[in-house]
Design a protein around this ligand. Structure first.
Ligand code: F6P
Length: 341
């Protein structure tokens, strides 16, 4: 009998529990024995497991986060880490490993596959920046929350005749900010992929403020404001910036207030946009890619990831998926710019 383990790594996001549910429910059809690895790669380094069967996944469809726990541990950055992972897989008699994660977690999965481990990937990230899949679950829920937050900010901004800034997540890709801006009718949006046009933005804000008595700006946390230093940035185990000290929203508020003379306030949505119950879209997508992952294991299609292409769920090679980050392209940016008026 095939023994299949599931782990979730990297930042959590809504849709992970539906994906775990889909994977386990389908595994029952395939007759697999299943087990959960706790806290991502950290759990496999330390042999941390938990039961994961029908009972455990029965009531998790509407729960945010991941019942398995997660971490940003990178076994390739720990001395002897990869050997420890291999040793524990052997000890636990695991034949196949389903890895749910973003570019970093799946990058490790891909390396392990090349070293002979039977791995299948499931794409997850609220940033929606993973290649080879049209969407990742987590994105819809977190952008919906940011969109709702933006309309709350508009109410108070209009009352006080202020410019309101909403800083949203997204370290390297501006999809979260872009979609939030478009969907909330923001007057300007700033994303990491584009150099901010501060003067143009301020002129626009002065203009709309005269008409609407408020202005709304959405800024991605990963945006670099020219001339602003910001706090010192630390790197995580995958070499990516931890942006908690940058404070781009506050930097922007100061600049806007100075250049427009209009009172400006900033709100940072932060982790509030990453927790909570998944939307319909994320539940269905999570279930579908979870089911596909179990099917890929059954078919022996290791080194692949379950991906959304159009409205089909297909298997794609992990190697391709983790090769390059999917960032905002010109077409989408031009679409967003239509509404900067
Ligand atoms: O998982 C991606 C992400 O949500 C980014 O958008 C954000 O910059 C980062 O995680 C925050 O990470 P942490 O939860 O470790 O602070």
């Amino acid at each position: 009998m095939t023994k299949m383990a599931v782990l979730t790594g990297g930042g959590d996001c809504p849709g992970l529990n539906p994906a775990i549910r889909g994977c386990i429910m389908r595994s029952i059809d395939h007759g697999f024995e299943t087990i959960g690895i706790q806290e991502g790669w950290k759990g496999l380094l330390n042999g941390m497991t938990q039961p994961l069967g029908l009972k455990e996944v029965e009531e998790i469809i509407d729960r945010g986060g991941t019942i398995l726990g997660t971490s940003r541990t990178n076994p390739y950055k720990i001395e002897g880490g990869v050997d420890k992972v291999k040793e524990n897989l052997k000890k636990l008699k695991i034949d196949a490993l389903v890895v749910m994660g973003g570019e970093d977690t799946l990058g490790v999965a891909n390396k392990l596959f090349k070293e002979g481990i039977k791995v299948v990937g499931v794409p997850k990230t609220m940033d929606n920046d993973l290649s080879s899949t049209d969407y990742t679950f987590g994105f819809d829920t977190s952008v919906t929350r940011a969109m709702d937050t933006a309309s709350v900010l508009i109410d108070t901004g209009r009352s006080h005749r202020r410019i309101m800034i909403l800083e949203v997540m997204g370290r390297h890709a501006g999809w979260v900010a872009l979609y939030t801006g478009i969907a909330s009718g923001a007057d300007w949006t700033l994303i990491p992929e584009r150099e901010p046009e501060i003067d143009k933005m301020c002129e626009e804000l002065k203009k709309v403020h005269k008409i609407k008595k408020y202005g709304l700006v959405i800024v991605s946390e990963g945006t670099k404001i020219p001339g602003s230093e910001g706090g010192k940035e630390e790197l995580d185990a995958f070499g990516h910036m931890i942006l908690k000290k940058r404070g781009v929203g506050s930097q922007l508020a100061e600049i806007i207030e100075e250049k427009t003379g209009i009172e400006t306030r900033v709100s940072v949505i932060g982790h509030m946009q990453r927790g909570g119950s998944p939307t319909l879209f994320d539940r269905i997508l999570g279930l579908r890619v979870g089911v596909k992952a179990a099917d890929l294991v059954a078919e022996g299609k290791f080194g692949q990831m379950a991906a959304l292409k159009g409205n089909e769920i297909i298997g794609v090679f992990l190697d391709k998926a983790v090769g390059e980050l999917k960032v905002v392209n010109d077409e989408w940016w031009k679409f967003a710019e239509i509404f900067f008026k």
